[in-house]
Design a protein around this ligand. Structure first.
Ligand code: GLN
Length: 191
C-alpha cells in the first residue's frame, strides 16, 4: 500500500506518520516521477492558494489530474479538500481545483472569530466520536447527490465521500486517532 503524501507545502509530515503506523508505506510526492510510484494519495492541509501555484510549478498539476480522473483514491484534508472540490468561493482568482468530489466550499468559511476550533462529533461507521481540529477550515456549502456525508458539525458537512475520494474540513492527522486514515485505506485498497 504505497500512499503518496503531497509534500509541496503544509501539514504533510504527520500524515506520513499516521499512515506508517497503520502499515501503509507513505511516500512524499513532490514531482511527477514520485507520483508514478503511488497507489493512493493524501492531499494535506496548508494553504490551498500556495499549493495550487506549486502544483503548476512542480509539473504535478496535469499528471495528478489524470490520475484522479482515472480513479486514484485520495484523502484531502482542509486545504486538500479545497483542492479537490468542484467550486471554491473566496479563493484567489487564479486558484484551481481538481473537481474530484462534487462539493462546493467556501475558503476560510468559518470566519475570523472561530478561525480555529476543536470539536467532537460522530462519524458514520466509526465507534465513538472523532475529535476534529479545524484550522481556518473551509465550509462545505453544497454536496452533490452522489456524495455521502459521513460527519457534520452544527449541520455543516465536515467529512464527505464520493467513491474513493474522502475529504475532511478538519485535520484528522492531528488528533492522535488514526481511524479516518484507516477508513481511507479500507476505501482505497479493499475494493
Ligand atoms: N485556509 C486554508 C486555505 O485556504 C486552509 C487551512 C488548512 O488547511 N488548515 O487553503
Amino acid at each position: 500500500m504505497k500512499v503518496g503524501v503531497l509534500a509541496l507545502q503544509g501539514a504533510f509530515a504527520r500524515h506520513s506518520e499516521v499512515l506508517g503506523g497503520l502499515g501503509a508505506v507513505p511516500l512524499e510526492v513532490r514531482t511527477p516521477t514520485d507520483l508514478e510510484a503511488v497507489d493512493a494519495m493524501v492531499m494535506p492541509g496548508g494553504e490551498s492558494t500556495t499549493m495550487s501555484m506549486l502544483l503548476d510549478s512542480s509539473g504535478l498539476r496535469t499528471p495528478l489530474a489524470e490520475r484522479l480522473a482515472n480513479g486514484l483514491p485520495v484523502l484531502g484534508t482542509c486545504a486538500g479538500m479545497i483542492l479537490l472540490a468542484v467550486r471554491v468561493t473566496d479563493g484567489r482568482p487564479d486558484q484551481r481545483s481538481f473537481a474530484a468530489i462534487d462539493i462546493d466550499v467556501r475558503r476560510n468559511g468559518y470566519g475570523r472569530q472561530v478561525d480555529s476550533f476543536e470539536d467532537q462529533f460522530p462519524v458514520t461507521g466509526l465507534d465513538g466520536p472523532f475529535h476534529g481540529v479545524f484550522i481556518r477550515a473551509p465550509v462545505v456549502e453544497r454536496v452533490g447527490t452522489a456524495v455521502e456525508v459521513l460527519a457534520r458539525v452544527d449541520g455543516i458537512p465536515v467529512l464527505c465521500r464520493e467513491g474513493s475520494v474522502l475529504v475532511s474540513s478538519f485535520h484528522p492527522e492531528m488528533s492522535g486517532d488514526g481511524r479516518i486514515h484507516e477508513r481511507f485505506l479500507d476505501l482505497a485498497f479493499s475494493a
